[in-house]
Ligand binder design. Structure first.
Ligand code: 2BA
Length: 107
């Protein structure tokens, strides 16, 4: 068994959840924050059998989209006050960690 930890955009969470439910995956959604942008994102914990991992990743791949997010440009230049100029970073589709589950119990 594997634990798939997927950090996704909040905006994609509903459609990913629907698609996972449709295929009978069990998962937990946690409201999280990105350390860099400090914006809300969503983390999914998906416990999946080894043979289902690729299908779960395919669901994430097809429902999680890249987005551009503005980041304020930091500059020493007094003519560029903080927050007035922005640059874009590309966020997502999904940041995924796959780990082996040593033991799984529902008590
Ligand atoms: P954030 O930490 O808010 O990062 C949002 C986006 O900002 C990142 O998108 C990346 O494009 C950029 N970014 C992050 N750190 C950066 C840095 N030090 N310098 C320049 N640009 C930086 P993604 O890579 O798609 O990550 C989306 C979210 O996934 C992250 O939100 C964070 O919550 C999570 N994440 C990404 N990599 C992670 C990791 N190695 N460990 C834990 N969480 C991670």
């Amino acid at each position: 068994m594997k634990l798939i930890t997927a950090i996704i955009n909040k905006a994609d969470a509903e459609s990913v959840g629907d698609a996972l439910r449709e295929k009978n995956y069990r998962f937990t959604k946690i409201a999280t924050y990105g350390g860099f942008l400090r914006k809300k994102n969503m983390t999914l914990l998906i416990g999946a059998q080894d043979e289902n991992v690729e299908e779960a990743l395919e669901i994430l791949r097809s429902h999680c989209h890249e987005r551009k997010e503005p980041v304020p440009v930091v500059s020493d230049n007094p003519y560029m006050p903080y927050g007035q100029y922005c640059s874009d970073v590309t966020v997502g589709g999904a940041t995924v960690f796959i780990t082996d589950v040593a033991r799984f119990e529902r008590l």
